[in-house]
Design a protein. Structure first.
Length: 495
């Protein structure tokens, strides 16, 4: 098809279901959509896959998840997969009790946890049901380094708002060329909710489909995404946090069915009771994944879990503390301006108290890096906030800045109904005192640009990390923005 040029990349056009990269290439109950994700420590990973075909229509009958076993054979030699692990399987449905809408039920989704693994070691594996037989090809992954102040993976890729467009293909190609050891996806995975159940899509659902009785989705887009991503994710672990496009409300007010079913999360391993917030270690880095679209105030389970998790971090073992959630607290773009203010009010003090070093967000479809900041004031002990919502989604890029003339939004329009009440009042101090927006680029905003791309984090030691953002329109190894992020534990002691 002809490629249309768009600011920062190609026109945001989704891959069609006829694209060979999203089509089903297996038969029967052979595994597909294979991916690896981490457990909470280096000695364990999850292997996930799908067997059987999804069904979509008015009258559908879910597959029996017990009909196919969940088995992984693995080992340190490709010719010697001498270890075996078993896991669990499930099927989810997306149901719409309205005439003319099509229901969906997934293939059988399998999750198997491998334990007792050695750090920094390549393991080979195959997955499936050997009794059918229906086993996958042999793939491989590399475990994370053991936790310690001088122990880090080489490269961690950070990307948000990925979707499945031609821009996505460029992002994933560049990201893969940068050879990451781990991929962090900070929400908004497939954008299946930009579609009606009949497969008709739009880059603006509310503009095109305002009369639908419920916000529909086209769930096969999740299967397409899993197939497209398998070449990367079958060997490089991915860790995901939910975004607003994963809410996907259905009958009975159920939400997040696809997100919670398709990915494996180290929730239990990190003493979380939810797929929406959890933590894990990667060498000397402790990652905290938070949910922006569930309760987060001080009485909420998420807040209480976060407080316990932060209190248990040993900074002598994991000096770096990195947090991620979908909607940014610090963004100077007009799109979603101060939308997550209530979450910021509830949680910022806690993250500052425990010395979080870096925060990654998505949601705003552009790139922005902050200076160290706390409560809108430059602070050498505050985190650096980085927005990477530029992964390639179908919706338009964020271009206007809230500080430009005529772009400051009406405060009453900023809250998101899934994110609590109204908390974004006028600033009370600093250069923007008495105003809702700055009248120039805010002091906290160090660099901002509207282009599709991804980021690479390279932690060098317990005090220095190199952050590089790569534009899609450049060669994969060309830096669009690059900076060393320096921890100062002597200047900024933590409890």
């Amino acid at each position: 098809m002809p490629l249309l040029i768009w600011q920062g990349g190609l026109a945001p056009i989704d891959l069609p279901d006829t694209d060979p990269r999203v089509q089903r290439t297996v038969t029967g109950f052979e595994p597909e959509q294979i991916s690896v994700s981490l457990s909470s420590t280096h000695d364990s990973v999850w292997i996930s896959w799908v067997t059987g075909e999804f069904q979509i229509g008015d009258n559908i009958k879910p597959l029996n998840p017990e009909a196919v076993a969940s088995v992984v054979h693995y080992g340190r030699l490709k010719s010697g997969l001498t270890h075996q692990a078993t896991g669990h399987s499930l099927v989810y449905s997306q149901l719409y009790p309205f005439e003319g809408l099509q229901n969906y039920t997934s293939g059988i989704i399998h999750h198997v946890r491998l334990t007792g693994l050695q750090p920094n070691t390549v393991y080979y594996y195959e997955c499936g049901d050997p009794s059918i037989p229906a086993m996958s090809d042999v793939f491989y992954f590399k475990t994370m380094p053991v936790s310690g102040p001088m122990s880090y993976p080489k490269r961690i890729a950070i990307v948000g708002d990925l979707g499945l467009t031609y821009n996505t293909t460029s992002t994933v190609s560049h990201l893969t060329s940068n050879q990451p050891d781990l991929v962090l996806l900070v929400g908004d995975v497939t954008y299946a909710n930009l579609y009606l159940t009949n497969g008709t899509g739009s880059d603006c659902y509310s503009c095109s489909f305002s009369q639908t009785p419920i916000h529909e989705t086209y769930q096969p887009r999740w299967d397409y995404w899993g197939r497209f991503m398998q070449p990367l994710l079958s060997k490089v672990p991915i860790m995901v946090v939910e975004g607003n496009h994963e809410i996907e409300e259905q009958a009975g007010n159920l939400t997040f069915a696809a997100y919670s079913s398709r990915f494996a999360f180290p929730s239990e391993e990190s003493q979380s009771s939810s797929t929406f917030y959890y933590s894990f270690n990667v060498g000397g880095i402790h990652f905290i994944m938070l949910g922006g679209y569930i309760a987060y105030n001080k009485s909420a389970d998420q807040y209480k879990w976060l407080e316990r998790d932060l209190a248990n971090v040993n900074r002598k073992v994991t000096p770096w503390l990195v947090a991620t959630w979908h909607p940014p607290w610090y963004s100077s773009y007009k799109a979603h301006y101060r939308e997550a203010e209530c979450m910021k009010v509830a949680m910022e003090e806690l993250l500052y108290k425990y010395g979080v070093d870096l925060v990654f967000n998505g949601h705003v479809h552009a790139y922005e890096r902050s200076n160290r900041v706390y409560n809108y004031t430059l602070d050498p002990c505050g985190p650096v906030y980085i927005t990477v919502g530029d992964g390639g989604n179908r919706e338009k890029m964020a271009i206007p800045h809230a500080d430009e003339p005529g772009n400051c939004p009406d405060p009453s329009t900023t809250p998101d109904s899934y994110m609590g009440g109204f908390c974004a009042y006028n600033f009370t101090s600093g250069p923007a005192a008495g105003k809702f927006c700055w009248d120039r680029q805010p002091d906290f905003s160090a660099y901002r640009e509207t282009s599709f791309g991804h980021g690479i984090l390279e932690v060098k030691n317990e005090t220095h990390a190199l952050w590089t953002w790569h534009r899609n329109q450049d060669m994969y190894n060309i830096a669009g923005d690059q900076i060393y992020i320096v921890r100062q534990p002597d200047r900024c002691p933590v409890e």
